[in-house]
Design a protein around this ligand. Structure first.
Ligand SMILES: Cc1cc2nc3c(=O)[nH]c(=O)nc-3n(C[C@H](O)[C@H](O)[C@H](O)COP(=O)(O)OP(=O)(O)OC[C@H]3O[C@@H](n4cnc5c(N)ncnc54)[C@H](O)[C@@H]3O)c2cc1C
Length: 412
């Protein structure tokens, strides 16, 4: 087997990369230790968030920081013991979440996320995956009038600055749209343009099938076996060694483990998250973000999926699903949910960077090596457009957006 390109990691990011490269005529091997879309890209909330034109900043509000420090909410948890090793990337995350620096980052971030639905639409059509997709947005619901009013002001700002569409809903309108709600809420911001996917892992699998139909190969291999070899790169796979002139690291939260071996020290960290399904009860009709409580409830194939906010911890530290328990209790205030399907919550990890932007481009110290990871809260959203941008760079073509804000070399 001697492909042009090896893509390491078959999550949403790696699978879209492999598909975009195959569509451009490259012979590509996509490798993973599991089947496509079985890790982070399986367990997310399934939202293709074209409205997310600004990345999640590190909280600056003292009241919010105190609540986080005291671990009071469902939105954030942390492992104290992990903090020393996270101090450097989190310090950068905090510094980049402020003032003009954040404004500039948000512009660069929004250039990708705002194109997410359009770019996924091509791949969804090609993969015959329309049956998995709903195209009617999702709602951020608010329990307090003050929270709702602030969110509507912010939505108006995003509409005028970035063309993001929304509909403000009163409590009455929300109750009519969501008859399963057990209490009258203040109202909602309905983002009308995002899409939601009923089985995120299945969408990645359909993209992988489309890749194979276009001549691509998928193999099981340990990406940590990657070595420079001759003029290119080699991995050990179930079929023996595979060599290619170029390799793309798309290992999501595991990318840091591989690139450290090659001498790169990028400010990478993870925000872990949990989910559980509840089936048989009466859940929301449309995906719902309980914005003042920090968790998401989404109708999916396996039932209502509840996903939690961020947990700052080491990637492989044992699960501490305290946020899941809180989110479940909060969701039961709104919906009549049955017992959970899974005995224990699923856990995943959002691959994050200290400057809130993904890493998309050539590894600056190794010819033929390309980096594609760090998409944080919106990797499912950005997969298609980000992969297009990487493929265009690899081919030396005009890019869909200026690639410079995402290049690995921005980090010293
Ligand atoms: C609770 C939660 C909710 C979220 N909700 C959303 C959402 O609604 N919308 C959104 O856009 N994003 C969401 N995200 C973020 C999104 O899921 C991630 O950004 C995205 O899935 C990252 O994709 P990836 O391909 O980079 O990583 P992954 O999907 O994790 O893929 C990495 C792949 O690398 C493979 N791998 C790792 N190590 C090796 C090895 N040694 N050898 C071989 N293969 C290896 C893994 O098996 C895996 O398949 C959410 C995340 C979480 C945790």
């Amino acid at each position: 087997m001697k492909p042009d390109v090896l893509v390491l990691g078959a999550g949403m990011i790696g699978t879209c990369t492999a598909l975009q490269l195959a569509l451009r005529g490259h012979s590509v091997v996509l490798l993973d230790r599991r089947e496509p879309g079985r890790e982070t890209s399986y367990g997310n909330a399934g939202l293709i968030q074209c409205e997310a034109v600004e990345p999640y900043p590190f909280p600056q509000d003292p009241a919010m920081l105190l609540r986080v420090a005291l671990k009071r909410g469902a939105d954030v948890n942390y492992h104290l013991g992990a903090m020393p090793s996270l101090a450097s990337p989190l310090g950068q995350y905090w510094a980049n979440s402020r003032g003009e620096r954040y404004q500039q980052i948000a512009i660069e971030y929004g250039r990708l996320s705002s194109r997410s639905v359009t770019e996924h639409a091509h791949l969804i059509d090609m993969a015959g995956a329309s049956d998995l997709v709903r195209r009617d947005g999702y709602r951020m619901v608010f329990r307090t009038q003050a929270g709702l009013e602030e969110a509507v002001r912010n939505a108006e700002r995003l509409h005028s600055e970035a063309g993001v569409n929304f509909r403000a809903m009163t409590g009455e309108q929300l109750a009519a749209a969501e008859p399963a709600l057990r209490q009258r809420l203040a109202g909602a911001v309905h983002w009308t343009d995002p899409w939601s996917v009923a089985d995120p892992g299945e969408l990645v699998q359909r993209y992988a099938d489309a890749f194979v139909q276009r001549g691509g190969s998928i193999v099981h291999a340990d990406a940590m076996s990657l070595r420079a070899s001759g003029a290119g790169w080699q991995v050990q796979s179930e079929h023996g060694p595979i060599e290619a002139a170029r390799a793309v690291v798309a290992l999501g939260p595991w990318s840091d483990q591989l690139i450290r071996r090659l001498g790169y020290r990028l400010p990478l960290f993870v925000k872990r998250g949990y989910h559980r399904h509840y089936t048989g009860g009466r859940g929301p009709d449309l995906a719902m973000f309980d914005a003042e409580r920090g968790y998401v409830m989404v109708p999916m194939k396996r039932g209502v999926r509840i996903t939690t906010g961020a947990e700052f911890a080491r990637l492989d530290a044992p699960s501490t699903p305290v946020q899941m328990a809180r989110a479940e209790a909060l969701a039961r205030e709104l919906m009549d949910l049955p017992e959970p399907v899974e005995a224990t919550p699923w856990r995943g990890a959002r691959p994050c960077t200290g400057d809130l932007k993904p890493v998309i481009g050539p590894a600056h110290r190794h010819p033929g090596l390309w980096f594609h990871f760090g998409h944080g809260h919106q990797g499912f959203t950005m997969g298609a457009v980000s992969a297009r941008l990487l493929a265009e760079q690899m081919d030396g073509d005009t890019c869909i957006v200026d690639p410079s804000p995402y290049l690995p070399q921005r980090f010293p």
